[in-house]
Each structure stands twice: as structure tokens, then as C-alpha cells.
Design a protein around this ligand. Structure first.
Ligand code: PGA
Length: 252
């Protein structure tokens, strides 16, 4: 049995003060829910504050991005070891990084390798764009992103993958549970080709893209969907808590 995981991606939202309040609001309710791993990913500048607000809580902290170099002249960038001091997880290859900041598969691959060697747990995000989906290229795009993202990387239990169709992110139009389950099944088969079936069966693969308290139960009802990467709905404590509560094994 895979432990479900719900990660909140706060994106470029919350001041440090707001981040502390949100983390404090989440702490009590989330600590009372059993059987779900929870992670919140605030902006870099609030990582220390949120980590402090969640000390000795079951809620874990993650970053939203990272540079792959250990240190040096990379103005404005954050190195793996800097994050490893503050948090456990890091989202890599998010569609906003790929499409707004033009990160390609090769760069994402370097980041995944660097995160793992720094002892971080990468949440590797993959997903097709609307044009690619309409052209019937979903399988091809996901196959490329998974294979290239994991190229040369040894099997590591710290790895998590999130399938986030780009057209579903922030649009209010989530993938149907069946489509999410089907594509996550494809991701799991690709991972099995790389690392074997046992590893693939143990790997958590999340769905992301307009996850809300209203659709999480049906998404989680899909055998392949091990949780969610939640954007907008992670900024409201009551919504995020509801999503986590409905993701618990007992709720399903
Ligand atoms: P959304 O974002 O839940 O607001 O669609 C998801 C994500 O980008 O991770």
C-alpha cells in the first residue's frame, strides 16, 4: 500500500507573515488526520518561517524550485544544500518553470539528480499542453518527460512524480478521474521499464491541476492516483484540510 501524499504548491503567493498564519492554521487540523503525508511548498523566503511554524508537526515543508549547482555565481538562484537545511521536498519541472521560464528536460534532469544527492525528495512534475493533448500526443510527451527527467538517475525511494496536465492547472477544469488514472498508469509503466516493477509499484504518483475539495474523492478513487499536487486550493486552510481529509485511506 502506498501512503497517499498531498502537497500544496503556494506558488508566488503569501508574504512571510501570511505564510506563518497559513502554516499555523493548517498545523492542528492536519496533525489530527492519519494515513496521509502532507507537504506545503511556500516561496523560498518563507521556508524558514514555515518550517519553524511546523516544527514537530507531521506537516512537511518543500520548495518550489532549485538550481542544480552546489554554489557559485548564479545570482538569484538557490542551491540544493541551502534547501536541505530548511526542508525535505522540492518540486522540480513544474509546468510554470518549463513554460514561463523555459526549463527543458535536460535542465530538469540535472535538478532531479542534484536534489537526490543533496538528500531532498524531488517531486518531478510532468504534463502535456492543450495543443499536445488535442493532437493526440499526450503519451509521447509524457514518455519523453519521464524518460528524460530520470535519465541516468538510479532508483531512489525519495522520488515522487506528479502528473499535471498543463491545461488543467489553474483553469478550474481538472482531468477526469479516468484520464488522470490512465496517464498515471502510463507513468508507472514507464518507471517500471526504468527501475523494475517493484519500485514502480511503491512509487507515489500524484495528480495535479485544479484539485479541489469537490473532486479529490473521485480522483483518489482511482487506484493509480496516490494523492495531489494542489495549487489554488492549498492557499485556503479549510480547502486544503478538506482535500487531505478526503485523501486518507479510511475516507476512500
Ligand atoms: P492548481 O495548480 O491546483 O491551481 O490548478 C496546481 C499546480 O500548479 O501545481
Amino acid at each position: 500500500m502506498r501512503t497517499p501524499l498531498i502537497a500544496g504548491n503556494w506558488k508566488m503567493n503569501t508574504t512571510t507573515t501570511e505564510a506563518r498564519v497559513l502554516a499555523s492554521d493548517l498545523r492542528g487540523p492536519l496533525d489530527s488526520i492519519e494515513g496521509v503525508e502532507t507537504v506545503v511548498c511556500p516561496p523560498f523566503v518563507s521556508l524558514a518561517t514555515v518550517a519553524d511554524a511546523l516544527r514537530r508537526s507531521s506537516v512537511k515543508v518543500g520548495a518550489q524550485n532549485m538550481h542544480y549547482e552546489a554554489k557559485g555565481a548564479f545570482t538569484g538562484e538557490i542551491a540544493p544544500a541551502m534547501l536541505a537545511d530548511l526542508c525535505e521536498y522540492v518540486i522540480l519541472g513544474h509546468s510554470e518553470r518549463r513554460h514561463i521560464f523555459l526549463e527543458d528536460d535536460a535542465l530538469v534532469n540535472k535538478k532531479v539528480a542534484a536534489a537526490l544527492s543533496a538528500g531532498l525528495k524531488p517531486i518531478l512534475a510532468v504534463g502535456e499542453r492543450l495543443e499536445e493533448r488535442n493532437a493526440g500526443d499526450t503519451e509521447q510527451v509524457i514518455t519523453r518527460q519521464v524518460r528524460a527527467g530520470l535519465a541516468g538517475i538510479a532508483a531512489d525511494e525519495a522520488l515522487i512524480i506528479a502528473y499535471e496536465p498543463v491545461w488543467a492547472i489553474g483553469t478550474g477544469i481538472a482531468a477526469s478521474p479516468e484520464a488522470a488514472g490512465e496517464t498515471i498508469g502510463l507513468v508507472r509503466r514507464l518507471v517500471a521499464e526504468l527501475y523494475g516493477d517493484e519500485f514502480a509499484q511503491a512509487l507515489r504518483i500524484l495528480y495535479g491541476g485544479s484539485v479541489t475539495p469537490d473532486n479529490i474523492a473521485e480522483l483518489r478513487a482511482q487506484r493509480e492516483v496516490d494523492g495531489g499536487l494542489v495549487g489554488g486550493a492549498s492557499l485556503k486552510a479549510t480547502d486544503f484540510v478538506s482535500i487531505v481529509r478526503q485523501s486518507a485511506p479510511a475516507a476512500g
